[in-house]
Write a protein that binds this ligand. Structure first.
Ligand SMILES: *[C@@H]1O[C@H](CO)[C@@H](O)[C@H](O)[C@H]1NC(C)=O
Ligand SMILES: *[C@@H]1O[C@H](CO)[C@@H](O)[C@H](O)[C@H]1NC(C)=O
Ligand SMILES: *[C@@H]1O[C@H](CO)[C@@H](O)[C@H](O)[C@H]1NC(C)=O
Ligand SMILES: *[C@@H]1O[C@H](CO)[C@@H](O)[C@H](O)[C@H]1NC(C)=O
Ligand SMILES: *[C@@H]1O[C@H](CO)[C@@H](O)[C@H](O)[C@H]1NC(C)=O
Ligand SMILES: *[C@@H]1O[C@H](CO)[C@@H](O)[C@H](O)[C@H]1NC(C)=O
Ligand SMILES: *[C@@H]1O[C@H](CO)[C@@H](O)[C@H](O)[C@H]1NC(C)=O
Ligand SMILES: *[C@@H]1O[C@H](CO)[C@@H](O)[C@H](O)[C@H]1NC(C)=O
Ligand SMILES: *[C@@H]1O[C@H](CO)[C@@H](O)[C@H](O)[C@H]1NC(C)=O
Length: 455
């Protein structure tokens, strides 16, 4: 008894240390509001007052997506705020509120919206010209800064009444919320900044807003509380095993509790669902697979030359309800510092840390060629090959070195197979450390998940 207790005490202490260090690591890696691959990424919402009116002002509101790879896809953004006083919206151009609210106090002219907390959505493409302003009417879709900076903004005009009419009496709106389309963004307070300057098209005159305020919103994968939406599978020329996505990576097939959670590609039922009443729905309808992910990214180590090696990447869409326009991939691999050639995808190196680590790149489709990843089916895939130049001091096919460390599809982290399942080189076996990693990773993931609910 007495000899046993110090030992168990020791055990407890070391476990406590391990637990605390894990808690520490998982909390810094997952609860921070920014993305380590895009630390300055944010969406900035700018209000420029262009004109004072007898009872308020006219403002142009512009949302800039300053994120390198995270974009806003269909069904688009939803912006909300709370008026500081009793403001109303007389009219809007290039967007609309989802509800009018109670305008019964008004006679004659009826405002567009009388709610204290309006919710605004973009208008759809094809809106008549007299209801448009520049950068509006794209169904709330905003591209990422790297992929297409000319389409990385969205704007609308709002005429506000029952409001301040000078820069001393006007009150900035509060409690901004941004859904893009789901949760995930947190917006800070509006701050009054230097008025925006506008340069005329001929460049010969500069005008300026009467007053400007900015709101910054940042994304956290944590807040979005999304189940994974993509997974990674692996194969190589040196081992015939194809390592599929982990089972249940994005959900499990369960026809008892969730009938119709997936469909078989050849079932007659499919046509009726895809063309049925849910046609316009944005909830994924996936093909039945063991992983149940809408997107699978396959990484194949294809060839080994003396000074180079070559991989093939294929992205497959298993979602019958979604064409992914302007899709993108972020890939982390140590050899991305020395890419010789990329076929049929666009490529940009993201150097988030410093000049010394250069292992992350963004890939996306070539316009009008493969920038549209079609719905599940025979056309629902895009592919590319990458030729790397070997750095002899680091290059190896052992221990899964040739496989990616991390992959994001449209900004969402894809579920990787556990390292000990990677295809081995013949006559090699995964090292002890590799077999220890999966249980640790699972443990960390569970902790990180729990922490997400605590914070
Ligand atoms: C938002 O992003 C822009 C562009 O990267 C950057 O200049 C700005 O400092 C960022 N704002 C915040 C509050 O991080
Ligand atoms: C408000 O307008 C006055 C001039 O009318 C100007 O001096 C002042 O800087 C403005 N304040 C803000 C916050 O824009
Ligand atoms: C609005 O934001 C303020 C802080 O700016 C906060 O105290 C308040 O609880 C928020 N209200 C709502 C309804 O979110
Ligand atoms: C406000 O936002 C605009 C547009 O994003 C940006 O150019 C400006 O620098 C921002 N101002 C501040 C003080 O962050
Ligand atoms: C689940 O239901 C779908 C649609 O009826 C069917 O295609 C699929 O085979 C079922 N899956 C299982 C595992 O029973
Ligand atoms: C995807 O695009 C094709 C061709 O543009 C179209 O026929 C199809 O209906 C689209 N599918 C979805 C789910 O939007
Ligand atoms: C990072 O890699 C890219 C692509 O290979 C290259 O263009 C860039 O110069 C590299 N940057 C550094 C700092 O090595
Ligand atoms: C790429 O590889 C070549 C040959 O190994 C080497 O000389 C060069 O420095 C590498 N470039 C980078 C950015 O690592
Ligand atoms: C291929 O890799 C798997 C692990 O994914 C391993 O079980 C198998 O033995 C390997 N095959 C050969 C021929 O080494």
């Amino acid at each position: 008894m007495e000899t046993g207790s110090p030992r168990s005490e020791l055990k407890i202490t070391s476990w406590t240390i391990l637990l605390f260090s894990l808690l520490f690591f998982s909390s810094i890696s997952s609860t921070e509001a920014y993305d380590s691959l895009d630390p300055n990424g944010n969406i900035t919402i700018k209000w420029d007052i262009m004109q004072w009116t007898p009872d308020g002002y006219v403002a142009v509101v512009t949302m800039y997506n300053f994120q390198q790879y995270r974009h806003i896809q269909a069904p688009g953004w939803t912006l909300g705020w709370k008026w500081a006083k009793k403001e109303v919206i007389w009219s809007m151009v290039g967007a609309q509120t989802t509800e009018q609210g109670d305008c019964s106090k008004f006679k004659g002219n009826i405002p567009h919206c009388c709610k204290r907390d309006p919710t605004v959505v973009d208008l759809l493409p094809g809106t008549p010209y007299n209801m448009q302003i520049a950068n509006c009417c794209k169904g709330g879709v905003i591209n990422s800064w790297v992929q297409d900076p000319s389409n990385a903004a969205s704007a609308f005009q709002v005429s506000v009444g029952v409001a301040g009419t000078t820069n001393k009496t006007v009150r900035v709106p509060k409690n901004f919320t941004l859904n893009a389309p789901g949760p995930g963004y947190t917006c800070g307070q509006a701050t009054i900044v230097k008025p925006t300057k506008f340069i005329t098209q001929d460049g010969r005159r500069t005008t300026q807003a009467l007053m400007t305020w900015n709101v910054t919103c940042t994304y956290s994968q944590f807040l979005s509380q999304k189940t994974p939406t993509c997974c990674v599978s692996l194969s190589s020329f040196y081992n015939e095993t194809i390592v599929d996505c982990p089972t249940c990576a994005c959900g499990c097939q369960n026809n008892i509790t969730q009938p119709g959670s997936c469909v078989e590609g050849d079932s007659p039922y499919l046509a009726s669902v895809v063309n049925g009443p849910g046609k316009k729905s944005f909830t994924p309808l996936v093909q039945c697979t063991s992983h149940m992910c809408p997107i699978r990214v396959h990484w194949h180590v294809k060839l080994n030359y003396k000074e180079y090696w070559r991989i093939k990447i294929s992205i497959t869409n298993f979602n019958y309800r979604m064409n992914y326009t302007q899709w993108n991939l972020v890939v982390q691999h140590p050899n991305l510092d020395n890419v010789t050639q990329i076929f049929s995808f666009n490529y940009k190196s993201l150097t988030p840390y410093s000049a010394t680590i250069n292992d992350t790149a963004m890939l996306w489709g070539v316009k009008y060629y493969n920038d549209l990843l079609m719905e599940a089916g025979p056309l629902g895939n895009v592919q590319s090959e990458i030729l790397f130049r070997k750095d002899m001091s680091t290059f190896t096919f052992e221990k899964g070195w040739a496989f990616p460390r991390r992959i994001y599809f449209n900004g969402d982290n894809c579920v990787m197979p556990p390292p000990d399942a990677y295809p081995w080189l013949p006559n090699a076996s995964p090292s002890l450390t590799a077999s220890l990693i999966p249980p640790l990773m699972v443990f960390c993931a569970v902790l990180a998940y729990l922490l997400g609910y605590l914070y």
